[in-house]
Design a protein around this ligand. Structure first.
Ligand SMILES: [Zn+2]
Length: 160
């Protein structure tokens, strides 16, 4: 008899996205992404962080500062864009993206241009922001399907 309590595809990929987010050094926001092929193979992962070579010791993680340059915003790369750029295998046409937070408008542009056709998100806590509204408007026009992940409530503990 096979095990019956194995995790579903959605739990697996959202779990991998959230695990990836745990790599982020951002003290306030940890977001993770997992890009998956139409036949459920993981193609890429990403989390929010600074570009390669831009040290966390040198660049600020602050949200407020004297000027924009002393905040994280001009430097940080979001998990979705990192996952797209981390992919080395060619085309992402038709792929699915699992992400722990609804994509901002900049990532939405990259998602559309990369050919990703489905976005499965967990939190939508900034749904009233202009950025999220712009993302949804672009996804609707571009034919990118998006739906919220249905939490199973399962808690997974992994010893590492
Ligand atoms: Zn973004």
């Amino acid at each position: 008899m096979k095990r019956e309590d194995y995790i579903s595809w959605d739990e697996y990929f959202m779990g991998v996205a959230k695990l990836s987010g745990m790599r982020s050094k951002d003290p306030h926001t940890q977001v993770g992404s997992c890009i998956v092929s139409q036949d459920n193979k993981i193609l890429s992962m990403g989390y929010n962080g600074f570009p390669s070579g831009c040290s966390d010791e040198e660049f600020p993680w602050e949200r407020d500062g004297e000027d924009e340059l002393s905040t994280k915003y001009p430097y940080v790369t979001h998990s979705e864009l990192n996952a797209i750029l981390n992919y080395r295998g060619g085309s992402l046409e038709g792929a699915k993206l699992y992400v722990s937070l609804f994509p901002c408008n900049e990532c939405a542009k990259a998602i559309i241009q990369a050919g990703i056709k489905t976005v499965i998100y967990d939190s939508d806590k900034y749904s009233s922001s202009a950025s999220t509204k712009a993302s949804k408007k672009m996804f609707n026009s571009a034919g990118v399907r998006y739906y919220q992940y249905t939490a199973s409530g399962r808690v997974i503990k992994i010893s590492i």
